[in-house]
Design a binder for this molecule. Structure first.
Ligand SMILES: *Cc1c(COP(=O)(O)O)cnc(C)c1O
Length: 425
């Protein structure tokens, strides 16, 4: 038997009397009929529960939602309403957060190559803090402050602690060979702290690290906390932010610590070292990934005897580039029979004009899956919509938030005219 593991579905997922999957009390069949496919369906209760869990685990004001995982105004507002602050990494993310009504004082600006314009925007808007990534960035802030663009910004310094995250190379960020942060090993971190402490253009309030993303090994976080706590101890700064990166299970057999367990590992490590600073974190994926599914329509099915069967859907690498980027795995199921035995095997592909456009290399589906069926992939709430593209001039899918039987459209489907909106030729 190969049945979809229940825990990969959003919290409120149920099977209705007619056999169809419901999320937030809404039938996936009705959602697809109303909004079309491909479609991102987010379980609002699930999102809120994860935000609350993070706030509970780390304390009010210490949990920053890493908005790059999935950002729109509804999501920014939801995270803020549930007590989280927002981690933004570009002027664009800051703009969306501010236009959602999130106070800029609740936003923290990240980025390894912040532009002068982004730094100016952050200082003018008085963001809560800027996480400074390089000596060049300190130079840029000096130049801006010489023009008196705003009040002295509070800053954290991003330190590269030399801790391996045991995740995909593209999303490992804490090792010495990294574009991010000030290296601890070669003395840059010390030099940066000295410079920031002497500077009248920044107010140094803390240190930061982020070892990587989709990390399953809780001890990696404990290790990073230890390294950072010992480095930070002599400076006696009020804040220590240990980044995000908590992994989530995507496929059968994967397991990850919960936000609460993650909080315990970090708290134990910090308590053992006598850390007195506020300890913050920046979870992204662990807040949003499992809250959503993507619903597609199954189109062409091409069996090649002795080779494999290709199942094509009406989206692909433009709504979920993770399989192509990282070789990430996903599960698939039919919303009309979510827990049916999946005895057919094949490759699930999108509609883009390249063979690399693969969603599931080895998909399992019920044997009666047929052209026109709705097909869904769970755990697509993080780094799907946000990393998506218009490749092949495809119009990006809408996003609905479902809760208590109501479906709220929060991002509409793009139109062909949207594709021309920036084309001034
Ligand atoms: C991407 C990122 C995060 C969030 O990572 P997740 O794996 O989504 O939790 C947090 N902090 C920083 C600095 C990041 O770059």
């Amino acid at each position: 038997m190969s049945v979809l593991p229940r825990h990969l579905l959003p919290d409120t997922a149920e099977v209705a009397d007619d056999g169809w999957l419901t999320i937030g009390g809404c039938s996936v069949r009705d959602l697809a009929a109303e909004f079309g496919t491909p479609l991102f369906v987010y379980d609002e209760e699930h999102l809120r529960a994860r935000c609350r869990e993070a706030v509970e685990a780390f304390g009010h004001g210490n949990a920053y939602y890493a908005s790059k995982a999935f950002l729109c105004r509804a999501m920014a507002r939801l995270a803020y309403d549930e007590g989280m602050k927002l981690d933004v990494a570009t002027g664009g993310e800051l703009h969306v957060a501010i236009s959602a009504g999130v106070p800029s004082s609740a936003c923290a600006l990240h980025g390894n190559n912040k532009s002068v314009a982004e730094l100016r925007m952050a200082i003018e808007h008085r963001v809560g803090h800027i996480v400074v990534d390089s000596f060049d960035e300190l130079d840029r802030i000096d130049a801006l402050m010489a023009e008196a663009v705003g009040p002295t910004p509070k800053v954290l310094l991003r330190i590269t602690p030399g801790v391996e995250a045991h995740t995909h190379e593209f999303i490992s960020t804490g090792q010495d060979d990294s574009k991010f942060g000030f290296n601890l090993a070669n003395g840059d971190a010390h030099r940066a702290v000295e410079r920031a402490r002497r500077s009248s253009n920044v107010e140094l309030v803390g240190l930061h690290c982020h070892i990587g993303s989709n990390v399953f090994v809780a001890s990696s976080f404990g290790k990073a906390a230890e390294v950072m706590a010992s480095f930070a101890a002599p400076f006696d700064l009020p804040e220590l932010v240990l980044g995000g990166g908590l992994g989530v299970p995507y496929v059968e057999g994967e397991e990850a610590p919960t936000l609460t367990q993650w909080g315990n590992v970090i708290r134990d490590a910090c308590d053992a070292l006598g850390v007195t600073s506020r300890v913050g974190v920046e979870p992204g994926r662990s807040i949003v990934a499992a809250s959503a599914i993507t619903v597609y329509t199954l189109g062409t099915i091409k069996p090649i005897p002795g080779v494999r069967t290709y199942y094509s859907v009406d989206g692909g690498m433009s709504d979920n580039p993770r399989p192509v980027l990282y070789g990430s795995g996903y599960e698939s199921f039919l919303p009309r029979a979510p827990f049916a035995d999946r005895t057919a095997e094949g490759r699930l592909v999108g509609k883009h004009c390249e063979s690399g456009d693969v969603l599931l290399r080895d998909a399992k589906l019920p044997a009666d899956a047929t052209v026109g069926d709705l097909l869904a992939t769970p755990v697509t709430g993080a780094y799907g919509r946000s990393m998506g593209s218009n490749y092949n001039q495809i119009t990006r899918p809408p996003v609905v938030f479902v809760r208590d039987g109501d479906a709220r459209l929060v991002i509409r489907r793009e139109t062909f005219d949207d594709l021309l909106a920036t084309d001034v030729g």
